[in-house]
Ligand binder design. Structure first.
Ligand code: SF4
Length: 260
């Protein structure tokens, strides 16, 4: 569980969950989504176990306890924040949630608050009407079926309104410490561009990452990769000159000559 900030809130370690995608991930396929370039050359060699271990050793050395930017105070507020973050930025969600959570930080209080008031608190976030409806519906389901607590189970989480595989992965990882890897647009791009975990859909990339990432790094792999994608291996022009894993990366259009 993440440490509390001075404000009493926590960082989630769940950076920018972004679009709530089901495993099909159809909209994330293709060179535009992956940030890769079509070179016409054959696929690069897969990473060796030694290379994967070295990459994550470097990520860990640089950020032993990676944190995300969505704020929450417990599993319930984490779940709500992640649901709200679909197709929105963490910063945008964080502007809305302090007031929302001050008004309602439990399922019962959220249901009592009601859909219209929830919508008013989150109206600066995209798709706020649908999200308000889902927040109320999932809160009611938590009360009805799970004693008002967030269940530590993928199967249960994915039955909640507005909760898909990626949100479940984030909650399982952050709130319950499971070694899940939630693949958003950043991790999808990094997995494909680097050749670390190529896949046509987020689910394929997730499965590949779970295969290749050594167990000792799985707990934080999601955070390291998403932060790498957000701040270094960015979509338009990756900052290869600042990249910790440039010598390992298979991207054929790296933006610098990489030293050995
Ligand atoms: S070398 Fe460039 S393309 Fe490869 S992971 Fe680093 S930033 Fe991304």
């Amino acid at each position: 569980m993440a440490k509390k900030r001075a404000s009493g809130r926590k960082t989630t370690g769940a950076p920018t969950p972004g679009r709530q995608a089901k495993p099909t991930g159809a909209k994330l396929t293709g060179a535009k989504a992956t940030g890769t370039k079509t070179t016409g050359t054959k696929a690069p060699a897969p990473w060796t176990t030694t290379e994967v271990t070295e990459a994550f050793r470097r990520f860990r050395a640089a950020q032993p306890e990676p944190k995300g930017e969505l704020e929450h105070v417990d599993p319930y507020t984490l779940l709500i924040a992640v649901v709200l973050s679909a197709q929105a930025t963490d910063a945008g969600v964080n502007k809305a949630t302090p007031a929302l959570f001050a008004a309602a930080n439990t399922p019962a209080k959220m249901v009592a608050l009601g859909e219209a008031k929830v919508a008013d608190y989150i109206k600066t976030i995209g798709l706020f009407r649908t999200k308000a409806k889902n927040v109320i519906a999932l809160s009611q389901r938590l009360i009805d079926d799970y004693g008002g607590v967030v269940p530590p189970s993928r199967e249960a989480l994915e039955t909640l309104p507005g909760v898909g595989r990626k949100t479940a992965n984030v909650v399982l990882n952050i709130a319950f410490g499971e070694p899940t890897i939630a693949v958003d647009t950043h991790i999808f791009r990094v997995g494909n561009r680097t050749g670390l975990a190529p896949g046509k859909t987020p689910f394929e990339v997730e499965e590949k990452l779970l295969q290749v990432v050594p167990d000792e790094f799985k707990r934080h792999a999601h955070h390291w990769l998403i932060l790498h994608g957000r701040y270094v291996c960015v979509a338009r022009r990756p900052l290869c000159e600042k990249c910790l894993i440039a010598d390992l990366c298979r991207y054929p259009a790296k933006t610098l000559p990489v030293p050995a």
